[in-house]
Design a protein around this ligand. Structure first.
Ligand SMILES: [Zn+2]
Length: 278
């Protein structure tokens, strides 16, 4: 059974976290977060996903930020066969520096230049619907245009979900009590066309951690209602013509043909290193 042995062998990888989704509750994994990023220790940059990650169970010093370099042990999982997914050993996590943009976007672009626009949403959706879990399940796509965003109350934000969240957040012998997970109050959904020439358009939810946190923390006020403020942030600002917006998209492992926007990469327009030359 050599191949199975190889499949389950632990290895140490280095990556930069670029995606952190809002926590989700499942019967099997409890509370977990979809974390994805760019693996940096191979011959070429590649997108990887860590699952499951009980992010809020990590010690405060281990709760990595977006664009933080991390090193950890991973192995291939058994149930999630998507090629980019790794099962993490969170106890092995070592945190490195955060790649900020104080000196510009070049270092972040160095991570994603070869990945940005490598696939279109239409292409990988069609392939994943046909092939299933073995197909590409993560990509950084360049929308041809983002026509709008729809902000709607989240139907999961209801008492039934709150009860499930409360159960999942029950402290056990090894954990300190933590706050009950609340569902994100609003859903933010992008309408866009990808760069595939016959694209009929996509309508995909953005499941970024920040959408949930903003919905819970922001209040109606001078800047508008929370719904209006979410539109201003996630559409007017992130998708403005001053930004070279890209979407990290990923699928659901039980439903490979169904993709969501899991994070937004929104550097200033013309910041891509090659474009400086022209
Ligand atoms: Zn498309």
């Amino acid at each position: 059974m050599r191949s199975e042995g190889n499949l389950s062998a632990w290895q140490t990888i280095e990556m930069v976290v670029t995606v952190k989704a809002y926590p989700a509750i499942s019967n099997k994994y409890g509370e977990s977060v979809c974390v994805a990023g760019v693996r940096t220790d191979g011959a070429a940059m590649e997108l990887v996903r860590l699952f499951p990650v009980g992010f809020r169970d990590l010690a405060p010093g281990a709760q990595f930020k977006k664009y933080q370099r991390v090193k950890l042990r991973v192995k291939k999982g058994i149930t999630d066969r998507r090629p980019e997914t790794w099962h993490p050993d969170l106890g092995s996590l070592e945190l490195g520096p955060i790649i900020d943009t104080a000196k510009g976007w070049r270092e972040r672009w160095n991570l994603v230049s070869d990945l940005a626009g490598q696939y279109t949403t239409c292409e990988i959706r069609e392939r994943a619907a046909k092939i299933g879990q073995n197909s590409t399940s993560l990509a950084l796509i360049k929308p041809a245009d983002v026509s709008g965003v729809t902000v709607t109350p989240n139907p999961d934000f209801d008492p039934a979900t709150a009860a499930a969240a409360e159960a999942a957040a029950m402290p056990d012998l090894f954990q300190n009590e933590k706050q009950v997970l609340r569902a994100a109050p609003f859903r933010v959904q992008y309408d866009y066309r990808c760069e595939f020439r016959a694209c009929n358009g996509h309508s995909q939810s953005l499941i970024d951690w920040e959408v949930g946190v903003a919905g819970l923390r922001w209040r109606d006020g001078k800047a508008g209602t929370v719904r209006e403020q979410l539109k201003i942030k996630f559409y007017d600002e992130m998708c403005s013509s001053e930004r070279d917006v890209h979407f990290f998209i990923g699928n659901q492992h039980q439903n490979p043909g169904s993709f969501m926007v899991i994070g937004v990469f929104w550097p200033p327009r013309n910041s891509r290193p090659e474009s400086v030359l022209f």
